[in-house]
Design a protein around this ligand. Sequence first.
Ligand code: HEM
Length: 132
Amino acid sequence: MTTLRWCLLFMLKYPHVLRRVQVEIDDVIGRGRLPCMADQDNMPYTRATIAEVQRVGNIVPLNLKHSTTAEIELGGYVIPAGTTVIANLTAILNDPKYFPEPEKFRPERHLDERGDFVQNEALIPFSIGEIT
Ligand code: HEM
């Protein structure tokens, strides 16, 4: 719900993006049927827009709290077992190394030169790792 609200807001703010998404929806799905997962491969701009909404919307900025089950060394730091770890998803989703000019809402950043959707490894709005 929160992501959908961000999406509506961005579509109002960036009508040129809205128009391109609408054209793609009309071309690929049309008005006579419901969308299906197979459509996704033919809708790179819409996928890219959803990816950018998730990146900028950033609805769980500090993830959920996790804790280490065993001592681990990370980046030269030793983290003891049982330490609470808070992953700063905001920092990752706005890292200019992965998302140049991160403050800009720009779906094209998720497309390659042929216009195909590219999964950016730093796009982790759902966090990473396993839940055990
Ligand atoms: C775009 C929408 C959503 C985003 C970006 C999102 C993001 C997240 C994130 C970042 C976490 C923490 C993961 C972690 O601790 O590693 C999480 C956990 C969770 N989410 Fe979502 N979520 C979304 C939608 C939903 C929906 C629709 C549901 C339920 C219908 C849901 C249910 C849960 C539950 C139950 C957890 C806790 C899992 C656990 O730690 O056991 N989420 N979500």
